[in-house]
Each structure stands twice: as structure tokens, then as C-alpha cells.
Design a protein around this ligand. Sequence first.
Ligand code: 3PG
Length: 212
Amino acid sequence: MSTVLERFHELGVIPVVVLEDAKDAEALGKALCDGGLPVAEVTFRTDAAEESIRIMASKFPDMLVGAGTVLTVEQARRAVAAGAKFIVSPGFNPKVVQYCVDNDIPVTPGIQTPTEIEMALECGLKVVKFFPAEAAGGLKMIKALAGPYVNTYFMPTGGISLENAPEYLKYNKIWAVGGSWIAKKDEIAAGRFEDIKVKAEEAAALVKMIRG
Ligand code: 3PG
């Protein structure tokens, strides 16, 4: 298992972030690191994603910076060139997954069905993203999916909050949870990094309380 996946498990919560302007990347990285949650999935939903990854990865070498919402091989390539240590996508894109597998880049594609889990297994993946978690049946659905796939672990994202994260984290098939609640797009744009730091601290404390 790759070091990146081990760190996902240790960290337990992965902030999913949207930066409209790369000038906010350093302050965001600092807030997350100072809050004890040195990890970010920077989504390729804005033009600032690539440069934000470059800034965060270079300013905070110990931080686990990766790319989310990666929909094409080209985006994956650009993300990795900018310093991304992992790739996340909302769905299972066979080309993106294969590119990552071939190049030893940790990848967690989104899945919702047994068929997609089997596609992930076929590619040698043990950890998949379950997206959009709450809308797709939440923990109940994950438990049902985990039945036959005994060696598959899940990273639910979509609708997770500080309030419902504990029920997910207590289940042993949950590798980590992801969510935007720690650093919301509007908070980043408004420069509310102290609030983000406090939420990072809360999330880190929650993981410590549940997993020790
Ligand atoms: C997303 O795609 O935006 C992420 O899965 C985060 O979802 P959330 O905003 O519900 O946490």
C-alpha cells in the first residue's frame, strides 16, 4: 500500500477545496497545516487549481497535496507536474485510472455500484471514493457494498460534515472521509483562514478521538 494511502488513513479527513484565485493557496495551506490537518484535495474546477497545487506543494513540502475533480488524463498529468501527490475523480474514468496506475500515481476514483468496485479491483485499487455519499445512500449503502468486497475500503465524500463524519469514521471499512466543510469556497475567497484553521483542528481532534 502506498504511503499516500497510509497518510489518508492516518489523517482521516481530507479537505476538498475550490480556489478561485491561486493567491489564496499559501494562506489556505498554512491554515490547514497549523490546524493539524496537512492535506488538501484541490479540485480542478477552476483555472486556479494547477497553480494552487504548485504553490501549496512547494511552500509546504510535508503537506499532502493532491488534485480532485480530475476528469481527463491531461488534467492528471498537469496536476502531477504541479506537485500533486494523488488524483481523485468523482467517477470511474478508465483512462484516468489506467494512466495513474501505469505511472504509480495514487488514485481514488469515485464509485457507487458493485460494477464500478469490480472495475477498481481489476485495476488493483483497494481504496475507492464513494460519491456523492449522502445522496447515494450514505453509510447504509457503503455497508451493503462492503459485504461482498471484503478487501475494499471507502472514502465517502459529498454531504459529509463534522456532525455526520463520526458515524462514518467509526466503521472499519472507511479509509477516510472527504468534504468541503473544513474550507468552504466562500471562506477561502473571503480570507477567513482563522475559521478554516479552527475547523481543521476540530476535524483532526475528531479523528484522534475516534481512531486514537
Ligand atoms: C465535492 O465534489 O464537492 C466534494 O465531494 C465535496 O462535497 P461536499 O461539498 O458535500 O463536502
